[in-house]
Ligand binder design. Structure first.
Ligand code: PRP
Ligand code: ZN
Length: 289
């Protein structure tokens, strides 16, 4: 098979929070996938990519076995069950916490209060290690889904589950008590990926990194008196140096540059002090660094 015939095989979550983020990321990379509802397999239209839609917990197995070359999962999945795969890139979406939650009005609070209690979770290994580290002896009860209903049906005293917005806990009358680990989406690959698949992964990674760089940066435009250009350039060094274009009004320029999103708020006051006005901050789609 020539390089041009081959496809990179990626495993994505079929349904759930990571599914949306994963398809969204590919779309920002210029790769469109007809969404996976009901489908197990799909092809991308603008990149040699074949997509398998799976339960996220199964993705590391498929990647380790070589059925898929790469996959997108939450870090928590690998922490629960380490597999011989490589984490290639943190993706910055799907941020969540694996937390112990207790019924709102229960007296349970400090970690010690969990001693002798029954905790339902789909993450028995992570939870067991956490309890051990805190010298708490509790019963870890493994369940595979709908963890959050366990206390209300009398199956457990507490749960240890993923929390993102907190709405699942809230609607089930639970309160987040202890954060056990934080997690975000990561791109994993089969270890020792080589040849065409490795080259395609490099192309995909290049796009992902451009999208991530763009998300962390803003394009900034402002007007300033010409004499303040040296000062403002120091505040906005940009990728090489800012672009300076004369305004129709003599003695004034428009200055354009790139700045990281969080730095912008730090520098904003100083820009105004340096004479900047009419500051515009614009999103960037792609940033090739
Ligand atoms: C996760 C998690 C919780 C829910 C928490 O499920 O298992 O059920 O999201 O989110 P919230 O705090 O915003 O309510 P997900 O959709 O990722 O699928 P999963 O069944 O694979 O965990
Ligand atoms: Zn899952």
């Amino acid at each position: 098979m020539s390089f041009f015939d081959m496809k990179l095989k990626i495993a994505l979550q079929k349904q759930g929070k990571l599914a949306e983020g994963s398809i969204g990321l590919l779309r920002k990379c210029g790769i469109n996938v007809s969404n996976g509802l009901g489908k197990l397999r799909a092809e991308a239209s603008d990149f040699p990519l074949e997509i398998y839609f799976l339960r996220d917990d199964d993705i590391p197995d498929y990647v380790a076995d070589g059925v898929a070359d790469i996959g997108i999962i939450g870090e928590n999945v690998l922490a629960e069950r380490p597999q011989p795969v490589e984490t290639v890139q943190k993706l910055g979406f799907g941020r969540c916490r694996l937390s112990i939650a207790v019924p709102k009005r229960s007296g349970l609070d400090g970690v010690d209060s969990l001693s002798g209690k029954k905790i339902a979770t789909s993450f028995p290994n992570i939870l067991t290690a956490y309890l051990h580290k805190n010298s708490v002896v509790a019963e870890v009860h493994e369940v595979n889904g709908s963890v959050e209903i366990a206390p209300s049906v009398g199956l457990a005293d507490a749960v240890c589950d993923l929390v993102s917005s907190g709405s699942t806990l809230f609607t089930n009358g639970l309160r987040e008590a202890h954060v056990v680990m934080r997690s975000e989406a990561v791109l994993i690959s089969r270890s020792g990926l080589e040849g065409g698949a490795a080259r395609l992964l490099d192309l995909l990674l290049f796009r992902i990194r451009s999208v991530k760089a763009a998300e962390q940066n803003k394009y900034i435009l402002l007007n300033a008196p010409a004499e303040s250009v040296p000062n403002i350039s120091r505040l906005l060094p940009g990728m090489r140096s800012p672009t300076v274009v004369p305004l129709a009004e003599s003695g004034w320029v428009s200055l354009q540059s790139v700045i990281s999103e969080h730095e912008f708020w730090e520098v904003c006051d100083e820009l105004k002090k340096a004479g900047a006005e009419g500051i515009l901050v614009v999103s960037i789609d792609q940033m090739i660094v």
